[in-house]
Design a protein around this ligand. Structure first.
Ligand code: NAD
Ligand code: IPM
Ligand code: MN
Length: 350
């Protein structure tokens, strides 16, 4: 018998509800029997406030060298108003490990989760591919005469040919692998002409290599309207970092909210990172009330990425059943706590 290779997973629960939902996601993965081993890191606001550290100097290289994937909860804590630890840990992983494609599936699991009239699961099933290493997120800019009536602030939007091309290519490859027929690129090229011009040109060029896939475009404001009015038309959407961030919260609202949304921060062939889309929800923390499904679904995405599809599918099937039977937290219509919801899902998976 050939030995089963155990995949090594680095786990960063982080802050707030991250510390509650991640242990529950690990419980479900263990119940699935997937051949994975977990190593936990306490990088968080607690640790930063204790000893001033965020992530060790060799942290990103160590993660890339020693782990097959990373599972993160959430980072952000009102006791750290600068958010410096979250920037260094979370954005640090995205940037330093060059995880350039943020993949955020938007799938309606059950009619009851959608605020739109008469929307059925087959009406909302698309994926947003968000550029994850550039844009305004690089926080480049400056200020002049701060605190005076003459104050000037600039915030630069960084777009490189390499960065734009690789994420657009990723979106087309993703569409091809998933058997999708359309890729829509969104921007604000009618106003942001330099960055938009680059995105437009690269999109048209890359699309030529995928003749079976129809390239489409919408300005991001029009896309917000269309996503609410007729979400059925979308299959794969590519966007820059900031538009992708905003669109994915809007999209999450169509399918049950932040409590159920999952994401993967991916660089093909490298150690990639998976996390729920939600943040640390400080007001919800410590109450056993946070929905664990986003974290559990992120863990399932991670297993699929690692080639452990049967385990991922088992978990996804159990999530679907939990939602249908309302064995969930109150944000999606159930009456269970964080632990009880995850326990129910783990039971189904087992
Ligand atoms: P948030 O996602 O924490 O919360 C937004 C809203 O969604 C709140 O009403 C919250 O109660 C609800 N919510 C979020 N997750 C939920 C869950 N699992 N179950 C039920 N309800 C849930 O966003 P925010 O309030 O804007 O930010 C709080 C902190 O988290 C900030 O410090 C922010 O920077 C950080 N943040 C981190 C990440 C991340 O680590 N990836 C993402 C977003 C926000
Ligand atoms: C997300 C979050 C992060 C982002 C924050 C916490 C920096 O909102 O993952 O969507 O803006 O990317
Ligand atoms: Mn966001």
């Amino acid at each position: 018998m050939s030995p089963v290779t155990t995949k090594k997973i680095a786990v960063v629960p982080g802050d707030g509800i991250g510390q509650e939902v991640i242990p529950q996601a690990l419980k479900v993965v263990r119940a699935s029997g997937a051949p994975v081993g977990f190593t936990e890191f306490d990088w968080s606001a607690d640790r930063y406030l204790r000893d001033g550290s965020t992530i060790p100097p060799d942290g990103f290289a160590m993660l890339a060298r020693e782990f097959d994937a990373i599972l993160v909860g959430a980072l952000g804590d009102p006791r750290v108003p600068s958010n410096i630890h979250a920037k260094e840990i979370l954005l640090g992983m995205r940037f330093q490990m060059d995880l350039y494609a943020n993949v955020r599936p938007v799938r309606l699991l059950d009619e009851s989760l959608c605020p739109l009239k008469d929307a059925r699961p087959e009406d909302i099933d698309f994926t947003i591919i968000r550029e994850n290493t550039e844009g305004v997120y690089l926080d480049m800019g400056g200020s002049f005469k701060p605190g005076t009536p003459d104050e000037v602030a600039t915030q630069e939007d960084i777009n490189t040919r390499k960065g734009v091309e690789r994420v657009i290519r990723f979106a087309f490859d993703y569409a091809r692998a998933q058997g999708r027929r359309r890729v829509l690129m969104t921007d604000k090229s009618n106003v942001m002409t330099y960055a938009g011009g680059l995105w437009q040109r690269v999109f048209k060029e890359v699309a030529q290599g995928y003749p079976e896939i129809a390239p489409q475009h919408m300005y991001v404001d029009a896309l917000c309207l269309a996503m609410v009015r007729e979400p059925r038309q979308f299959e794969v959407i590519g966007a820059n970092n900031l538009f992708g961030d905003i669109l994915t919260d809007l999209a999450a609202a169509l399918v049950g909210g932040l409590g159920v949304a999952a994401s993967g921060n991916i660089h093909p062939g490298r150690t990639s990172m998976f996390e729920p889309v939600h943040g640390s929800a400080p007001a919800l923390a410590g109450k056993n009330a946070a929905n664990p499904i986003g974290a559990i679904a992120a863990a399932a995405m991670m297993l699929a990425h690692l080639g452990l599809n049967p385990y991922a599918q088992k978990i996804e099937g159990a999530i679907l059943e939990a939602v249908r039977q309302k064995k969930t937290t109150s944000d999606v219509g159930g009456s269970l706590g964080t632990r009880e919801c995850a326990e129910w899902i783990a039971g189904q998976v087992r």
